[in-house]
Design a protein around this ligand. Sequence first.
Ligand code: F0G
Length: 458
Amino acid sequence: MELPFAELYKTKMVETIRRSTREERERWLKDASYNVFNLRSSYVYIDLLTDSGTGAMSDRQWAEMMLGDESYAGASSYLKMKATIKDLFGFNDFLPTHQGRAAENVLFSVLVHEGDIVPGNSHFDTTKGHIEFRHAHTIDCTIDEAFDSTLYHPFKGNIDLDKLEKVFKENQVEKIPMVIITITNNTSGGQPVSMQNIREVSAMAHHYGSLVVIDSARFAENAYFIKLREEGYADKSIKEIVKEMFSYADAMTMSSKKDAIVNMGGFIGFGDRALYEKASVYNIMFEGFVTYGGMSGRDMNALCQGLYEATEFDYLQTRIKQVEYLADKLLRHGVPILQPTGGHAIFIDAKKFFPQIPKEEYIAQTLVVELYLEGGIRTVEVGTLLADRDPDTRENRYPRLELVRLAIPRRVYSNSHMDYIAATVCNVFDRRDEVKSGLVIKNEAPIMRHFTVELERL
Ligand code: F0G
């Protein structure tokens, strides 16, 4: 018998979780105004809301916590982080921040001005939020293949070079401070960007005098896909691939809550000393002094260890195989999911799941509600709620894909949990015709409404 693949770690500490009844969930969700962000975590059996800050740290990361240096200035933990970032990404300078969006806030305070245009591949919502907050615009240049949920393409996160060139040709180049490459591309399905694409986008941006900033939250997962799918990289280590990816960038923003496997933290990496110096002013104002910027020493230590672990092939293989394990079960049952599966999550194509629900009734959120009621699993909408309103017209923006994301936390759930999740989704799929209508908004915030929106069932 061929030996099966099994996780390349074992458990040393556990946390109890509890199931609930459908009646309880009906009540809790109504009280939460059909917004799962409003649910207590104790009302959730399996939490797939996000893979951000929800990972399990290793014994070595916990050991590093004990060695943290909490000095205000010049802590050894800061120097460790500086050396780690230089070693892995090649950047000489960095600023610690409390999380990824804080890194965006600091960097964009220098780079983004009113009327600017920032092209990229499906910018993440906080990235877009920080750009639009400065009265600037984003342009999504993701390849068209990304919007066909069943088409196989090895790098659906790629930027379309023709679309990007059009942005440069049709606008004043001084209005385009940077191109943002998000690896992996979360919004369009956790899809990777190829090395070739990063190289070519970088060459084009630099040709027109723009910077290249990599939104790096899931950079290690991106490197894993390059190793497996891109010609010429099979024999390279993850760390070698990471080094090359970032050699094409001028700066990186990082949410360490993903591929640094810590619960909180972020940073900005800089290739340019002058940019670092300008950003330092904002870091001190918003985050903290340049040698801690919103992080404690122990957290910086755990982050460094996490970065080294996340760039180990064995870790990445265990993680991404678990995502594939769940995907296989859903596909065998005919559930419409985005293919190929990305690194951190399964994305269900809600328009195909519930073709009977009109887009004005928040199709993907309707599926989020059904999945919670069925099995107590918490997922997240990546559809019209998240796409928010157009800042100028205030009309709903209807994205091409209405997705429900099942984000898999790192090193947290077992494959039995994956079996339970699959059964939950399949049960809802089997009775999908019984769901006749969706939801209506009762209350919403003017920006990033999905976090606090209140809804009612129709
Ligand atoms: N960029 C990407 C690609 C992200 O996925 C996120 C966060 C951020 C930036 C912002 O980082 O949360 O540390 O401030 N994504 C989380 C998610 C929230 O659930 O996908 P942050």
